[in-house]
Design a protein around this ligand. Sequence first.
Ligand code: GAR
Length: 213
Amino acid sequence: KLRLAVLISGRGSNLQAILDQFGPAIADSPIEIVLVLSNRSDAAGLARAEKAGVRTEVIDHRQFPDRASFDTAMDTRIRAAGAELVALAGFMRLLTDDFIHAWRNRMINIHPALLPALKGLHTHERALNRGLKLHGCTVHFVRPEMDTGPIIAQAAVPVLPDDTPDSLADRVLAAEHQLYPHALRLIAAGKVQVEGEVAKVEQAATSDCLINP
Ligand code: GAR
């Protein structure tokens, strides 16, 4: 089993999707979730993990003098839990280059846009302002530059004429909940190799791609 740590800061709906497919209750899961780590003690996702019977820890970034010492504390906890892969799931702290290098090709993130378009925050509002007709989400390996790195999987959703940022966010979020477990399953099956800055993904058929799930 691939030993996974999930890092969260808030609601944890992507964490929930991961727990639903790979949690302790799932027989024959290819993944063992060894730790859910939050930088905020009030993250709603912590209760989701506890309910599923997954170990949680909180490391409050405000207790550390700088990003480097916070990241070192996280790295220590993640390694102590025996994680081989780190999944960022709505983790809203910037990470230091040292931490990112230490987990190179072993740390993934989900971003609510079709990268490389719409890096950063407020992606749904910006998609509407740009008049995009397709929007979506991306799972990628993490690199030091924000929202860059080899792309593992993407899912697209339509932008509809009456969309608001909230209605579009809901549609993208539903796609995220399918895409993140899908990408994790590909990695756990050994179907993802990074060559340079490109992730090569073995997919048997185009139906393995998620388009408007
Ligand atoms: C998700 O939409 C995720 O893509 C986004 O935060 C939300 C977390 O929701 N991540 C980022 O914006 C990363 N910069 P969740 O806590 O319910 O999974």
